[in-house]
Design a protein around this ligand. Structure first.
Ligand code: RB5
Length: 149
């Protein structure tokens, strides 16, 4: 599996906490920045990662900003992106089981490193359940197609 990861200045510290988990899981990851705590604009990095996921250049993405809200707003504008903002493991698990989320958003200023590592671990090891949930995703896709006309 290939993953693109990005953040703004408020997400750099948490990003550094979670990349070892990706490596431990045998996931190939690419860091699209930002890489230091100099202030940047989250839409610039949200766009990079979301575009990679949207176009299938990677299987999944991770985005981190202070609250996770800005990155979520950006990511869910992209076709084929199902971004889930998670602050605890239950939502992370459900976002995979029911929503087949392909982009994980984390709030860098809200959760600690251990919580983030637990979330990443569960998010990457939980499979989509399919079944009735697939029909719901098909409806989301249909909405997307109508809006993009
Ligand atoms: C940056 O100060 C902050 O606004 C950003 O990281 C994020 O929380 C936006 O939603």
């Amino acid at each position: 599996m290939k993953v693109a990861i990005g953040c703004d200045h408020a997400g750099v510290a948490l990003k550094n906490e979670i990349v070892p988990v990706l490596s431990d899981l045998g996931i190939e990851w690419e860091d699209l920045g930002t890489k230091d705590e100099q202030s940047v604009d989250y839409p610039d990095f949200g766009e990079k990662v979301s575009d990679f996921v949207s176009k299938g250049r990677v299987d999944r993405g991770i985005l981190i900003c202070g609250t996770g809200i800005g990155m979520s707003i950006v990511a869910n504008k992209f076709p084929n992106v199902r971004a889930a903002l998670c602050s605890e493991t239950y939502s992370a698990k459900m976002s995979r089981l029911h929503n087949d989320a392909n982009l994980l958003v984390l709030p860098g200023r809200i959760i600690d490193g251990k919580t983030a590592r637990d979330i990443v671990n569960v998010w990457f090891t939980t499979s989509f359940e399919g079944g009735r949930h697939q029909g719901r995703l098909d409806k989301i896709k249909a909405i997307e197609s109508r809006l993009c006309k």
